[in-house]
Ligand binder design. Structure first.
Ligand code: BG6
Length: 289
């Protein structure tokens, strides 16, 4: 059961479930969406008259602190295990605040911020500003804006870990990565080359690097989705396949059949060093064509 705790605007309500997890519930003429304030994690985005843009696990942990599998988890300020600490960093388990909204007939824009002191407490000796801007409408755009507030350089790796729905992983193909180099995180082999489209016949967990162009997902029933990126020369492609699906928490055993992650990233060889005062924006846009 959800309780309405506030109205941020005509189109945005803040709901709290019985376990205390808070969501922005968005009901706008152009789009319906839901964003968890824990993690600034968009868990649903349905453009008016369209199918959902994002895949979400049917197993909802509801409780704060437990990972939501699906939507777009924000991995920051490190990707996976690139630094000691929780996998994919601290942003996805921290409480964000809504700081600004803008509404037009065809879109809704929301700005969320992870408070600086929340970051300082978890990353002693570091100083960052982190904002996430969501632009919701016929497509979904996310800008993750990081500023180094420290007086020394700081290392940043990150990802917008988008889970996309597919009708069947067996007939899913990703185009746009032909010829790209990748780190294979399943085999541990650091230097591989993509030949043809990416297809799925087992676990896929790859960081493609030196790559900027959009990726096109093609699937059954004429599904066509474009994932474009900016500020990103790496993209992670992930499907856990059979064994890992059974090991993942909040993930159904057959979940791998209906999803694929295409993650705009600064990961692996594309990690960044931000100089004092420098701002870097990682962006992704997901749209059906
Ligand atoms: C992907 C990684 O980005 O995220 C995978 O490449 C990882 O290795 C997956 O398993 C899920 O991560 P987590 O921390 O949400 O289980």
């Amino acid at each position: 059961m959800n309780v309405k705790v506030a109205v941020a605007s005509k189109e945005i309500r803040v709901l709290r479930n019985i376990h205390g997890r808070e969501f922005l519930e968005i009901d706008h003429p152009a789009v319906q969406a839901r964003i968890s304030l824990e993690g600034a994690h968009i868990v649903s985005c349905v453009p008016a008259g369209e199918e959902p843009l994002l895949w979400m696990s049917p197993i909802d942990p509801e409780e704060p602190g437990k990972p939501l599998r699906g939507g777009v988890p924000i991995c920051w300020p490190w990707f996976a295990g690139e630094r000691p600490g929780p996998a994919h960093g601290i942003a996805r388990t921290s409480q964000w605040v809504l700081t600004d909204t803008y509404s037009a007939p065809h879109l809704l824009r929301l700005l969320l911020e992870l408070p600086e002191d929340t970051i300082r407490k978890q990353l002693p000796g570091e100083a960052w500003r982190l904002q996430a801007e969501f632009e919701l409408g016929q497509s979904l755009s996310i800008n993750l804006i990081t500023t180094n507030l420290s007086d020394k350089p700081q290392v940043l790796s990150q990802a917008l870990h988008s889970y996309l729905p597919v009708h069947s992983i067996h007939s899913t193909q990703l185009w746009g990565l032909e010829g790209a180099s990748y780190v294979d995180q399943v085999t541990g082999v650091a230097s591989n080359t993509q030949h043809g489209a990416v297809t799925f016949t087992g676990e896929v967990d790859r960081i493609y690097y030196d790559h900027r162009s959009p990726i096109q997902l093609e699937g059954a029933e004429d599904q066509r989705v474009i994932v474009a990126r900016d500020g990103s020369q790496s993209v992670v492609v992930w499907n856990p396949w059979i064994d890992k699906s059974t090991r993942l928490s909040q993930f159904p055993d057959d979940g791998y059949l209906g999803m694929v992650c295409i993650e705009a990233a600064n990961a692996g060889p594309d990690a960044r060093i931000l100089e004092p005062g420098e701002t870097h924006t990682l962006s992704t846009e997901i749209k059906r064509i």
